[in-house]
Design a protein around this ligand. Structure first.
Ligand SMILES: C[S@@+](CC[C@H](N)C(=O)[O-])C[C@H]1O[C@@H](n2cnc3c(N)ncnc32)[C@H](O)[C@@H]1O
Length: 227
């Protein structure tokens, strides 16, 4: 089973995951989790996520535990703002991420595109609510920590999918974007098991090779990978 995104996120690799090597270990670790696109393609493995953004880690922690009925009870209409809804904080984050595509933080109001109603299945509504609820059964065994990648459990043999903010202008759009790339390089080389490091053309903090011309939510971009 391949899961579709639980929330729309800037820099999501959901469409390009098939271009990366398949996991050769039973445990996947994403030390820069975001929307966890790699794990979504192999959800039955053990999955361990880290993200230093409390919104991202908090949203995953809630999704892993929330009852399906709680999701199905969420309102699909947003009369004024997301914050005005009578739902918990994590639900506001979930709905907020679906009010606008490819953002780095949850929106407070529906975007112009959402309000236009052109493609209601792309934004928060009955369709997305049903999708999220129906997929929860596949992530109950996942684990998430709100922490920096540097505190990821170092003794773990597994498939490490390392996707830090790009070291360019796009990468600096993340709430958590101050990354020391020399440290990420050292971290990647010290992992046990299989390692996949993602970057974009132009990055030189590891000897990256071209992956493939990839299609992302924001147009064509040249992805590179190590090793
Ligand atoms: C490029 S995004 C990951 C995208 C993800 N692969 C996906 O498909 O959605 C990078 C993530 O790293 C997180 N991050 C930034 N600095 C971090 C740090 N020091 N430790 C852990 N996570 C960090 C950001 O909050 C962001 O969610």
């Amino acid at each position: 089973v391949i899961l579709r995104p639980f929330f729309s996120y800037f820099g999501s690799k959901w469409r390009t995951v098939p271009l990366y090597p398949r996991p050769t270990w039973n445990t996947i670790v994403e030390p820069f989790a975001g929307s966890a696109s790699y794990s979504l393609h192999y959800p039955d493995r053990g999955v361990l996520l880290y993200d230093s953004d409390p919104v991202i880690a908090g949203l995953w922690a809630w999704l892993i535990d929330v009852p399906e009925d709680d999701i199905m009870a969420l309102p699909i209409d947003i009369p004024t703002t997301v914050d005005a809804l009578d739902v918990c904080q994590e639900a506001k984050w979930l709905i907020g991420f679906w009010c606008n595509k490819g953002t780095t933080r949850p929106s407070h109001t529906p975007s112009k595109w959402m309000r236009s109603g052109v493609d209601p299945t792309q934004y928060w509504g009955a369709n997305i609510r049903e999708r999220v609820a129906s997929q929860l059964q596949h992530i109950r065994h996942w684990r998430v920590r709100c922490d920096t990648y540097l505190n990821a459990y170092s003794g773990l043999f597994g498939t490490w999918f390392i996707d830090p903010p790009y070291n360019n202008a796009a990468g600096r759009r993340y709430v958590e974007s101050a990354v020391d790339y020399e440290s990420v390089a050292a971290f990647a080389k010290a992992r046990l098991g299989q390692v996949i490091v993602c970057e974009q053309e132009g990055a030189d903090w590891m000897p990256f090779r071209p992956l493939a011309a990839a299609q992302t939510t924001r147009g064509r971009s040249k992805e590179v990978v190590w090793p």
